[in-house]
Design a binder for this molecule. Structure first.
Ligand code: NAD
Length: 371
């Protein structure tokens, strides 16, 4: 049976066992534990210098094995700002027209695509054709057909495709997964996932069906879909779903406001989830099993994630998700490390197949069987 220390070492977080330190104290502690890191460094260019791109860039400042070395943006003034802030040379800056030339740039190993959802497919395929590894934000694409094309293109180009599933490296999440895998909870029976917030500005791309590929389900509901799979530890075999729309002006045709959905798993376990753009405080996972239970609330925001089980509070200190994610993705890409929960294109595709099925169940009112 794994000890807590074994477990933290396995996920590359042994330094975070030091309790009661602030985040910046932990960072210092971590870097002093690794005074002279001379391992491989993943050199990353970020495509899409918006809200989340900025969070990733800031988090990467504290990475030892990943470094921001390039940018791709359609806005020259943003490129200038980022160049100054992150010390990026002119030769590593591209726009959406010329980024295929990254093919000949030895300073960039991987491109992290952080643009609106419907742009991911074409951008990821172009990056693959340029021979660079790709990290793509969730949802990987706007449907499974596009996702499959991306997986195929990356395979053909012999580059890795990873999806920005930062929760797959979060210590409390991983501890519950460990407890479930090692039988401490007994047979899993039921998962509840609540994912939602009240979305603001009605003109943003997230409320534009063409750019978002849907509504809350694509953006936030995907956390409950992905969470149901890693908490239960199985793939669903059927889906049912019901949509409610209280504001058809803000949430136009093709943009879902609220969807409740249910899954059945081969073992007999079931899940009941809610995805919404019109209710706050919904970021909660609950797992019920024969001999115990686990609750996370918040379960997927930037943290601190709070988790407890029938055995008590989970007290791992908070880590910056994106820093840990990029360290781990560097190890996956450059050293072939196997993550505990997959973050590859196939994993992104599994969620997209389920999202397709949820939308089909909403449209038809019928139970949709998954292969
Ligand atoms: P954002 O609007 O803040 O940034 C999007 C960026 O894409 C902007 O810089 C914008 O200029 C650029 N862009 C390029 N072409 C565009 C076009 N045609 N229309 C609009 N913008 C265009 O959005 P964001 O919050 O950074 O989200 C980007 C991606 O990251 C989405 O796929 C989203 O789901 C994902 N995301 C993931 C997380 C996470 O925790 N993993 C969090 C937030 C966002």
């Amino acid at each position: 049976m794994s000890t807590r220390r074994d477990f933290l070492q396995k996920i590359g977080l042994s330094a975070i066992t030091i309790p009661f330190l602030t985040e910046s104290e932990q960072m210092k502690e971590q870097s002093s534990n690794n005074p002279k890191y001379d391992g491989p460094v993943l050199r990353v260019a970020i495509m899409g210098l918006g809200g989340y791109g900025t969070i990733v860039a800031e988090a990467m400042k504290n990475c030892k094995s990943a470094k921001l070395t390039g940018v791709i943006s359609g806005t020259p003034s943003k490129i200038k700002n980022w160049q100054a802030k992150y010390n990026i040379p002119e030769k590593n800056c591209y726009n959406y027209e010329n980024f295929d030339a990254v093919k000949n740039n030895p300073d960039i190993d991987a491109i992290y695509v952080i643009t609106p959802n419907s742009l991911h497919k074409e951008q990821v395929i172009r990056v693959a054709k340029a021979g660079k590894h790709v990290i793509c934000e969730k949802p990987m694409a706007i449907n499974a057909k596009e996702g499959q094309e991306m997986v195929d293109a990356c395979k053909k180009a012999n580059v890795k495709l990873l999806v920005g599933y930062r929760m797959h490296f979060e210590p409390k999440t991983l501890e519950i997964i460990r407890m479930r895998k090692e039988g401490e909870l007994g047979k899993t029976l039921f998962f509840q996932g609540l994912s939602g917030f009240v979305i603001g500005d009605p003109t943003q791309w997230r409320l534009n069906a063409k750019l978002a590929g849907g509504g809350a389900m694509m953006d936030i509901g995907i956390y409950s879909i992905n969470g149901a799979r890693y908490m239960i530890g199985e793939e669903p075999s059927w889906v049912t779903a019901q949509e409610t729309k209280t504001d058809p002006v803000k949430f136009k045709e093709g943009v879902d406001e609220t969807i409740q959905f249910q899954f059945g798993f081969p073992s007999g376990a079931v899940a009941s989830c809610l995805s919404t753009y019109n209710m706050n405080n919904l970021d909660r996972f609950f797992l019920d099993a024969e001999n115990g239970w686990a609750e996370m609330w918040p379960s997927t925001n930037y943290g601190p994630i709070m988790g407890r089980t029938n055995k008590g509070e989970l007290n791992y200190p908070h880590v910056t998700h994106q820093t840990v994610q990029m360290e781990e993705m560097s190890a996956i890409i450059l050293q072939g490390k196997k993550p505990i929960v997959p973050v590859d294109g196939e994993e992104g595709l599994r969620d997209l197949k389920i999202i397709d099925a949820v939308y089909e169940a909403v449209r038809t009112g019928k139970k949709v069987m998954l292969k």
